[in-house]
Unconditional design. Structure first.
Length: 127
C-alpha cells in the first residue's frame, strides 16, 4: 500500500463508504456476505489478487472422509457414481484406511467400465 493510500484510509474517511460506492464486481459478494464483510475483505487483501479454489478442491479432505465413512466393500460403483469419480479414484481414497482393499473387484473382474473423469488443465486433482 502506498503512503498516500495509508494517509487517506482513516476512520472518518471509512465511515463515508456506502453500498453504492462499492465497485460493481463486489456487488454480488456484498449480497452473499454483507457490505461490512466486503469492506473487511478488501482491507485484508489490500491490492493482492487472492486465489479461491473450487469448493470441491478446497474441501477435498471432507469429501474423502465421507467416502471412507460410506464405503463398504461392495459399493465402489455406487460411490463412484455419487461423487462423480472413477472406481480407481475411490479405491485410492479408501486405500490408506482399509487393509482389505484388495477385496474390491477391479474393472477386469466385472465392474462396469465407467469413463474416467475429465481432466481440466489448472483444475485440482480429483483424488
Amino acid at each position: 500500500m502506498t503512503m498516500f493510500c495509508k494517509e487517506i484510509m482513516n476512520d472518518s474517511w471509512m465511515a463515508e463508504i456506502r453500498k453504492e460506492d462499492l465497485p460493481e464486481e463486489f456487488a454480488g459478494l456484498a449480497e452473499k456476505i454483507g457490505f461490512e464483510n466486503v469492506i473487511k475483505t478488501i482491507q485484508y487483501f489490500e491490492g493482492s489478487r487472492p486465489y479461491f479454489p473450487k469448493i470441491e478442491c478446497a474441501f477435498k479432505a471432507v469429501r474423502d472422509r465421507v467416502i471412507r465413512r460410506k464405503w463398504k466393500k461392495h459399493n465402489i460403483h455406487l460411490l463412484a457414481k455419487e461423487f462423480n469419480l472413477t472406481h480407481t479414484q475411490i479405491r485410492e481414497i479408501v486405500h490408506d484406511h482399509e487393509d482389505q482393499i484388495d477385496l474390491i473387484p477391479t474393472q477386469k473382474e466385472g465392474l462396469s467400465n465407467n469413463p474416467p473423469a475429465p481432466f481440466v488443465k489448472g483444475a485440482c486433482s480429483r483424488t
